[in-house]
Design a protein around this ligand. Sequence first.
Ligand code: ADP
Ligand code: ZN
Ligand code: ZN
Length: 722
Amino acid sequence: MTTRALKGPFDYRLPESMNVEVGSILVVPFGRQRLLGVVVGTAEKSAISPDRLVEPVKALEAGVRPELVELGLAVAREYASTPARGLQLVLPPGIGLGKGGRGRIKERMLLTARLNEAGERALDDQGIRLGARQRQILEALRENHRSVAELCRDLDVDHSSVRRLAERDLVALKSEAVRRRPSIHRVGALGRVESLTAEQKQALESIIAAMDGVQPERGEHSSLLLDGVTGSGKTEVYLRAAKAALDRGRSVIVLVPEIALTPQTVYRFQERFGDCVAVLHSKLGQGERYDEWQRLRRGEATICVGPRSAIFAPVASPGLIVLDEEHDSSYKQESDPRYDARRVAEMRAAQSGAVLVAGSATPRPESWHRLEKLRLPTRVDGRQLPSVEVLDMRESPAILHSETRRALSEVCSNKEKAVLLLNRRGWSSFLVCRSCGVVRRCRNCDVSLTLHRGNGADRIICHHCGYSEEAGRTCPGCGSASVARFGLGTERLEAELAAILDRLPIFRLDADTASSKDGVGRVLRKFDQAESALLLGTQMVAKGHDFPDVTLGVVLDADSSLMFPDFRSEERTFALISQLAGRSGRGPAGGKVLVQTMAPGAECIRCAAEHDSAKFLEAELKRRRELGYPPFSELARVVCHAESETLAQDAARTVAGDLSTGSLDVLGPAPLFRLRGRHRWQVMVKGKDREAVVDAVGAAVGALSKGRGYRKVSLSVDIDPQ
Ligand code: ADP
Ligand code: ZN
Ligand code: ZN
């Protein structure tokens, strides 16, 4: 029951025999179907008369913690979603709400065999008749008991022989649960840390003081910002803070942006804390995820590391919640409920009296403004941050500035490593006919198609819906063979660089090379192991990788992210450049960074070059205050999608009209580009009070989805859009 119209909760009559509490998961009749439901409350009486109420079919074994039921419902409210969708966030993995529990994941059971006393006697007593095979099986089991499958494989016997021994009571068969373990890869440097730097020590002490000062029963909590430059040893602070929480009998949640891109954090936690660390993420097999969830639920694992969804980990009483790389956009979920794990982390911390530690080298303006700051201003080894040079590309027609060329060939001759960022994948991002001017566009979306030349066949692909067609040699409009390619992408850059740097291996990391299972890990490991190499790619290369032998970082088209009409463009550009700079010069050879741009004067680029996040953030906050953007206001966005352009626009007008009656600022309706064959119109709302914004949006959207004329319109609601 996940459609917006179905709100719930629904009442059921409980039989005496059924033991049910908040969080229990029930199979319930719903119309003619059977669905799964979560108990959100129990009561003596219902407004519906008892003879009209039906009973649940049964209760499932593992339920949800009551405080997580509360959190799921609160998230649904906070993000103007439905209770069912909110509760889905906190359910055990693989439970398949809505399918009546069919296809549900269970524990993996293994049949094991053990020698009975009678079996022991049979081996010693000549009076009992045993075939040679049977004797062999019993002898193997006398050594140690083991799974039947293994036994059969090792001795090359079949199941029925073991079963017959069991029927004669010589062998006991038992079904036991076995744990499916996620595999871990070792990545990057893993320095032993003997003692903390003075700054780390001070940060840790503040976190522990907050932990001890907090009284969970009063619902107090504190949120701290660990503002530490790249390589300042933030992870070591998280690790020791986690230890302190465990020592106090509390559990720990560690959120990381994306496991594939930040495997080091997971690895360090597992290396330090062993089996009490569980990981939860979507790349795990269903069975692994189920087992990890159960280990957390039962308290066998007390530290959960994972991406945004791990904020709903079923641990008891978290005392510390870490948000690593808190600026990362992956903390926002882009489907309903469009929750922000950073905000949910605060909700959960408040609920359990936990300390929240958000860490980053490039904190968000919101966090800088609101949280208490702990600073780690220098790298642990006392090394300088790399020098950053901004290269003005307005006069340069070439892809690479002459400085960049020189630096790359130095890397080549000194046998060093470089990381190069170009935030655009493919070969070129649009094709234009030189005679008739036609641009090749997607048939489902109003965007240009990107040329990809991989594997010989030239194809043009839509990066929004995946539509693709053969590029062909001529313009489909006029037949001209003269087609221009614009917008340099990573694929073409790789080819161009391979021609210049013939002795340097190049590894490309973007959505295309990372799509296979463990694709990212493979590329990163190869780069790590190479003696000298270039890692080239989209923003993926700027994440928290720690490769000590990188001496050069390069950003191409640094201002491309500034061209989006979005108030967060400056913040994103600043973070991207600073994070890329953070990959360089982490080892004894030092490092430098080159930033190619058409906008060398932009404040965010200048501040990134000076490594001055405080200056950038203060300027950015001033600008936001003047324009009334977050954190000085609350924003929400409603997008109306429909096949018919007028219908989408009409719906958006209705929503805007509904919203305009209160004290809120309404911006729009404004068109967005057509996506997957659907026209889109959006309305933005700005207000001082979050609850007022959420309530107004919820009401407007609720009214529209009931309206008969708008059945063919779908709505997406985004509170605090990113
Ligand atoms: P950050 O997360 O701030 O970028 P890391 O936690 O990755 O920094 O630390 C960078 C490197 O420094 C890691 O290899 C880590 O093991 C090492 N390190 C951290 N703290 C210390 C310390 N106090 N002494 C020596 N090395 C340290
Ligand atoms: Zn043409
Ligand atoms: Zn498309």
